[in-house]
Design a binder for this molecule. Structure first.
Ligand code: PLP
Length: 392
């Protein structure tokens, strides 16, 4: 008999990250001989700095081949706690630090832990697509918090607080943000934390994976620096973006006491531990020289200037200057195109991979996302192609 198997119902609700589908299509077109410029996927185009690679190789040569504790190796947990304490003037106990295989694993774990039918989870829209996907997977109700261009793509504390109800279990915050590049100012964070006093049932997941990717001398505001909410804050961060380590699969999180044992058990049940040599590479990344991070950020700053200027020269396109991360989120409404058809046409007909705004939520219509993690000549060529395509 033919097999009649299927996954449980929750899998009919799980979503995807379209950036990976665009990457696959761009690679397919390239293998057919097309010249495709990829401004789709969100990963630094730099190699991992050599001192970090060397530390990973050395760890392998030194025999770090086995399991590590599920929560991560102790020196790395301590280094993470120390690094956060210095950068955000806050006390972090290494016993609350969890080393995980990538930034996504923290959001997966947090949403799985707090989402269930009857619970509401607030998340930024436009925002990283996995938030909504995972919320729906758990059966919780996804409640989008609109991220608006007129606010410079920062979240509004008032609007966020107005959406909280007694059913709200988790609030997801992301600054600097994907896909809009918005950075929320401290006054909004202050107001949000004050307002959260009234809602003690709400856990906060602060996705700060772009914390070091911030421009114009601005300081990153970490929710870690608010002692009032530390007993219900999950901090998400990792090495992927800051140290150009997306393929190493390395992340870390800080968990409140009440939830730490749950995530430790999740690790034991699922990934056991992060691969050992990668953890030694991560240790070198945060304790070693930081010049390479500064170098990458200075290159991103140059590219940002060019992307924003050139996009604003295209008739029908307007682009807010992103304050953080490495994404531009131009408004394309006046071109007469809808976002997804435009992104598809740019890839298929103009050879430029971008992502349509609606892939990041309903509030993404009218925009496309360009990742400027590409060389300046490629960025210039890509924008010339977009301009020529729209003028045709
Ligand atoms: N959070 C945000 C906002 C992101 O943009 C990304 C990746 O693009 C992640 C988390 C996931 O990072 P990682 O590749 O380390 O899983």
């Amino acid at each position: 008999m033919k097999a009649s198997i299927q996954p449980v119902d929750a899998f009919s609700r799980i979503g995807e990250e379209n950036a990976f589908a665009v990457l696959a299509r761009a690679s397919e077109l390239t293998s057919q001989g097309r010249d495709i410029i990829n401004l789709g996927i969100g990963q630094p185009d730099f190699p991992t700095p050599l001192n970090i690679v060397d530390a990973g190789v050395k760890a392998l040569r030194d025999g770090h081949h086995g399991y590590t504790p599920a929560v991560g190796i102790e020196p790395l947990r301590e280094a993470v706690a120390h690094d956060l304490a210095i950068r955000y003037q806050s006390t972090v106990n290494s016993q609350n630090v969890m080393i995980v295989p990538g930034g996504k694993v923290t959001m997966f774990s947090a949403i799985l832990m707090l989402g269930e039918p009857g619970a509401d989870i607030l998340y930024p829209d436009p925002g990283f697509p996995i938030y909504r996907s995972m919320i729906e997977f758990t059966g919780a109700r996804p409640v989008p918090v609109p991220i608006r261009e007129e606010n410079g793509f920062a979240f509004s504390a008032d609007e966020t607080l107005s959406l909280i109800t007694p059913s709200t279990r988790l609030l997801i915050i992301n600054s600097p943000a994907n896909p809009c590049g918005g950075v929320t100012p401290k006054v909004e964070f202050d107001k949000l934390v004050k307002g959260l006093e009234m809602h003690p049932q709400v856990t906060i997941l602060s996705d700060e994976i772009y914390d070091q990717m911030i421009y114009d001398g601005q300081e990153h505001v970490s929710l870690l620096s608010y002692p009032e909410i530390r007993d219900r804050l999950i901090l998400l961060n990792g090495w992927s973006k800051t140290y150009a380590m997306t393929g190493w699969r390395l992340g870390y999180s800080v968990w409140p006491d009440a939830l730490f044992d749950a995530v430790r058990k999740l690790a034991v049940n699922c990934w056991s531990c992060v691969n050992a040599p990668a953890q030694y590479a991560a240790l070198e990344a945060i304790t070693g020289p930081q010049e390479s991070v500064k170098g990458m950020m200075s290159a991103f700053a140059d590219r940002r200037r060019v992307v924003v200027k050139e996009l604003n020269n295209i008739p029908g396109v307007s682009c807010v200057t992103p304050a953080g991360a490495f994404y531009a989120f131009p408004n394309i409404t006046d071109t007469g195109w809808k976002s997804k058809p435009l992104a598809t046409a740019l890839l298929e007909d103009a050879g430029v991979a971008t992502i349509g705004g609606p892939d990041f939520g309903i509030h993404g219509e009218g925009y496309i996302r360009l990742s400027y993690a590409n060389s300046l000549p490629n960025i210039q060529r890509a924008i010339d192609r977009i301009s020529t395509f729209l003028a045709a």
